[in-house]
Every structure is written in structure tokens, then in C-alpha cells.
Write a protein that binds this ligand. Structure first.
Ligand code: CS2
Ligand code: MN
Length: 361
């Protein structure tokens, strides 16, 4: 397993690389060119700039999160050809720079969705929160209006203001797109880009939908074990793989994340670890990584990664906002560092146990 940490870039992320260097065990920075709109090609020069900044601290840049997919590709419009061409060129440029894994998602219009970015918790921290009834009972334009008032939202990847200036047109276009059509459009995209990824030494790693169910009537398909199985068989190639996000899939209580690690382990190239707490009414809150703080058995999940001999990249996903840190929602330094120490602590313990038994547990 190789530990990584997501960083939003120089002059943008309030966390400097020199602080990340002090978190034990971090080998690589998970990065992206966040100011390049979805659909445009990432230039060699811009990629090299990030490589130089991170090399100073001896971090690898093996994982990109995310190269976003233009909506026209998800909608299957004729203009997708041009955006897919750009995507392939981006992969070529990333491959040249030594990038090994590219994370992306295929969620229509909205990326990860929460109703509260700073929900007060009983320990005095704040955390991301999802109130089911709120999303179920509001129209998307109103929802967006309300959300944009919360500090930091429109600086988050997946919530770029450009995307939302066209929200009404987008919803109109998606009227024709049901789950079957979205699967078709995903298949077309994969058939085009997976060979290009493979040629350039890159593993594509789709991020599951967050939350993993339909919102605002939009289809969502990367939601559960059955659909992940179907996804992997659309293009059965080792370059067609997964980002297994425990918190995204885990917000649906039916999803057994440890079982997914076991089943899909050889196609997981990027592991996101975070815990959440479910409430009976369908709400969920993001918690610390500690197993007893949430509804997911993080201990079991990490054990499963250990037991399959997981060799790829892992990162703590969102954290709470603790110790009065002023940070991007979910992406502070402190709680994510605690998350890393929890994951590494578990990992070291499983290593020790397996060594004392003379092999893998
Ligand atoms: C989220 C997403 O759970 C997560 O990692 O923060 O922004 C995620 O990075 C994207 O959906 C991946 O494309
Ligand atoms: Mn994630």
C-alpha cells in the first residue's frame, strides 16, 4: 500500500507541502489541474510545473484526482468526440510525466452532494452532513442557490460555478438520459479511452457515486456491487479499474465495503478511506476514521486491503474540521492526518500479526 494525501495546488490549498511532508508515511500527492475546465487538454508544461513543486519534497505524483469528464460525454452528444480526443491527449501527457492512476467519476451534473458543509458535532468539531429529506424535497436550482451561500462550496472540485451557470439546460438535456443510456455512454467512453490509458501506462479508476443513489431524478449507476461488476465487464481490461471510496459506497447501508475489497481487489487502484454514521431516516454524517465513531467497520476494511496484499494507492478521504482549523470543507490537515495515523496503525498491527503467523493472515 502506498499512502497519499490530496492537495489542491500551490496558492490554492491553504496546506503547504512542507506540512504534508511531516505526516508520517505519505509518499505521494494526489493532485489535479483544477483550473482547467472539464473537456480541455492538460498541457505538458502545466503538468511539469506540479511535478517540480512536489519533487522538492520527494513526493510522487502517481495519482491524479480527477480528470473530469465533460457533460457532453455523459450525455452522449456528437460533440463528445472532440472532448474524448482531448481526454486521450491528457492521458498521453500524464503518462509521459509518470502518472500511474487517473481517478474520475461519471455522475451527471452534481458530483458529491451534501446539505451541510459545517454541521456541528457533539465533540465541538464540524463535519459534512447529508439530510435526505432536504435533497428529496427541493428542486436542484433552489438547492444550488442555498448551497452556494455556504462558505467554500464553489471552490470545491465538482462544484465549479461554470458548471452551474447552465443548470437549467443541463437538466433539460438529462431528461432523455435514463440509467440504460448512461451505461451506454459510459461504455462508449471506456471503449475509447481504456486502450489509450493502457498504451500510456495508466490505470483508470472510476470513483463511485456519492451518495450512491439517484438525486434530483438524475441517473446514478456506480452505486453497488452488482453495478461495479457490470462496470468492470463493460471493458474487461486491467486498465479499467476502480477508486473504491468507503464513504461514498458506504452511505448506502446495504453495501458491504470489506466484501467489495475482497471481490474487486485486483482492479482497485486507489482506495479512499473514510467513516460515516448512518441515521434511520436516511441522513448521514461524516465522522472521524475510527471504527467506533461511525457505522463502517474501518478496521475490517483495512484488514481486507492488508490481507489481499494491496499494493496500490490509498488516501484518507474527507475529515472533520477540528481544532478550529480554517480549511476547505472536508479537506483540512488535522483530521485527515489523524485518519492516516489510524490507517497506518491498523496496517502495522496486521503486518505484525501476519509476520508472527509466518505469512498473510
Ligand atoms: C470526493 C469527490 O469522495 C471524494 O473523494 O471528495 O470530490 C471525488 O474526489 C470525485 O468525485 C472523484 O472524481
Ligand atoms: Mn472518495
Amino acid at each position: 500500500m502506498k499512502m497519499t494525501f490530496r492537495w489542491y495546488g500551490k496558492n490554492v490549498d491553504p496546506i503547504p507541502l512542507k506540512y504534508i511532508k511531516q505526516i508520517p508515511g505519505v509518499e505521494g500527492i494526489v493532485w489535479a489541474l483544477h483550473d482547467i475546465p472539464a473537456g480541455e487538454c492538460w498541457s505538458v508544461d502545466c503538468i511539469e510545473e506540479v511535478k517540480m513543486q512536489t519533487a522538492k519534497y520527494n513526493f510522487n505524483i502517481d495519482v491524479v484526482e480527477s480528470v473530469n469528464v465533460h457533460e457532453d460525454i455523459k450525455l452522449g452528444l456528437p460533440s463528445r468526440k472532440k472532448y474524448i480526443e482531448n481526454y486521450k491527449n491528457t492521458l498521453k501527457n500524464l503518462g509521459r510525466a509518470g502518472v500511474k492512476v487517473v481517478c474520475y467519476n461519471f455522475m451527471p451534473v452534481f458530483d458529491w452532494t451534501r446539505t451541510d458543509l459545517y454541521k456541528p458535532q457533539s465533540d465541538g468539531s464540524t463535519a459534512l452532513f447529508y439530510e435526505k429529506a432536504k435533497v428529496d424535497n427541493i428542486n436542484p436550482v433552489k438547492f444550488l442557490e442555498q448551497m452556494s451561500k455556504q462558505e467554500g462550496l464553489l471552490t470545491m472540485p465538482g462544484w465549479e460555478p461554470e458548471r452551474f451557470s447552465k443548470i437549467k439546460e443541463l437538466f433539460e438535456a438529462y431528461k432523455e438520459i435514463k440509467e440504460d443510456e448512461l451505461w451506454e455512454n459510459l461504455k462508449y467512453f471506456l471503449q475509447e479511452i481504456i486502450p489509450a490509458a493502457q498504451e500510456n501506462g495508466i490505470k483508470m479508476a472510476i470513483h463511485p457515486d456519492d451518495p450512491p443513489w439517484s438525486i434530483f431524478g438524475l441517473p446514478r449507476i456506480i452505486t453497488c456491487g452488482d453495478n461495479i461488476r457490470k462496470f468492470l465487464s463493460l471493458v474487461d481490461n486491467p486498465s479499467n479499474g476502480l477508486t473504491l471510496c468507503s464513504g461514498s459506497l458506504g452511505s448506502c447501508a446495504k453495501n458491504d465495503i470489506a466484501a467489495m475489497v475482497r471481490e474487486f481487489g485486483d482492479r482497485i487502484y486507489f482506495a479512499h478511506i473514510r467513516n460515516i454514521r448512518h441515521f434511520k431516516n436516511g441522513d448521514f454524517a461524516e465522522t472521524s476514521h475510527k471504527t467506533s465513531d461511525g457505522s463502517l467497520d474501518i478496521t475490517e476494511i483495512v484488514k481486507e486491503y492488508h490481507d489481499i496484499g494491496y499494493k496500490y494507492y490509498i488516501r484518507p478521504d474527507h475529515g472533520r474540521h477540528i481544532w478550529d482549523e480554517k480549511c476547505r470543507p472536508g479537506y483540512g490537515l488535522y483530521d485527515r492526518s489523524l485518519g492516516i495515523m489510524y490507517i497506518l496503525g491498523l496496517w502495522d498491527a496486521f503486518e505484525k500479526i501476519s509476520a508472527s503467523k509466518g505469512g498473510t493472515v
